[in-house]
Design a protein around this ligand. Structure first.
Ligand code: ZN
Length: 327
């Protein structure tokens, strides 16, 4: 069977951070000899991370963490390194991401927080940049690889001890598993499903905003799927809990996006609302509002003086766009 190298859904091909052009080649994960040879080979491609920040091209100082809704900088592409990157720190954690279409092995290394770029052999070649600040310049391949690496490194950082017995666990399968040597339990990376959706009614769509966001920024409502419910039920429940709007008739799944902050899978939907009366839960959101197509269109175009939309980097942008295209 040929390896899967492209998104299965055509719609998903436009969504940033969806892995593209990377065969995970999971059959290599337990072959330590193959992995050691692959990372030392001339064709190895290695991306570096430190505390969730990828190493990107350029020498300008990195921007710090941003307020949600802040205007994004142009971004910077990943600085890919070769086999010599594996020599930078004996404490780096190694993750095998897969193989490119041409068969080059792709790895990510997480350097310890104490790693100093300035006193390393790669000083001056790049900087560690906030993921969101850099990501708008990532190619589809880079976005998928970096998002996968960040999600796994975040998982390792937060799951160092066995949930069954409390003993420290060991990394296995080239970074894709942790195992407890005391009780034998195996632990696999977690993915947290999040429904992110638009309720629609009479040709208007419902958007909300949180108090901490930049003024004027509106986005889709969203929330975690809870145990024992479907994605559609979670979407309808969250809209009711946050905005007091019932949706019982129809929910359409659109597409999804891996979102490594730290381990979400954002699942985009459009739902039909039963009515348009809003009653917000002020502990969750600051405001909710129905937007006409014209208002939403001008917001997406950047010409609405009162509201601006999520960036193309976020799935919310594509959910709103999908509704507008349904016209
Ligand atoms: Zn254990």
């Amino acid at each position: 069977m040929p390896p899967l190298q492209e998104p299965l859904s055509r719609a998903a091909a436009d969504i940033p951070l969806v892995p593209t052009g990377l065969d995970r080649a999971a059959h290599h994960r337990r072959d330590k000899t193959w992995l050691d040879d692959a990372i030392a080979s001339d064709s190895a491609q290695i991306l570096l991370m430190r505390e969730g920040m990828p190493l990107v091209e350029g020498s300008a100082p990195p921007s710090g963490p941003m307020q949600i809704g802040a205007r994004l900088a142009p971004g910077r592409p990943i600085l890919w390194l070769g086999a010599q990157a594996a020599m930078l720190s004996p404490k780096a954690q190694r993750l095998f991401l897969g193989e490119t279409v041409k068969g080059s092995p792709v790895f990510a290394l997480e350097l310890p927080a104490s790693f100093s770029l300035d006193s390393s052999p790669i000083a001056g070649l790049g900087v560690f940049e906030d993921f969101r600040a850099a990501a708008s310049a990532f190619s589809p391949f880079e976005g998928g690889a970096a998002a996968t690496a960040r999600a796994l490194f975040e998982w390792h950082r937060r799951h160092g001890f066995c949930a069954n017995c409390g003993t420290r666990t060991m990394v296995e399968d080239a970074g894709w598993k942790r195992k407890c040597e005391d009780c034998g339990a195996e632990h696999f990376p977690r993915v947290d499903p999040v429904a992110i959706m638009l309720a629609t009614h009479n040709d208007r769509c419902l958007l909300g905003r949180q108090a901490a966001w930049r003024p004027g920024f509106w986005s889709c409502l969203a929330g975690f799927v809870e145990p024992g419910e479907t994605i559609e039920q979670a979407a309808a429940r969250e809209i009711f809990e946050e905005a007091g709007v019932r949706c019982t008739t129809r929910a359409d799944y659109l597409f999804c996006q891996p979102w490594p902050f730290p381990s979400s899978l954002m699942i985009g939907l459009i739902l039909e609302a039963d009515g348009d009366t809003i009653n917000i839960d002020a502990t969750e959101i600051e405001a909710a509002k129905w937007f006409t197509r014209q208002e939403a269109r001008s917001m997406m175009a950047g010409t609405n003086p009162d509201a601006f939309a999520p960036p193309a980097f976020a799935i919310a942008h594509h959910v709103i766009k999908a509704w507008l295209e349904r016209g």
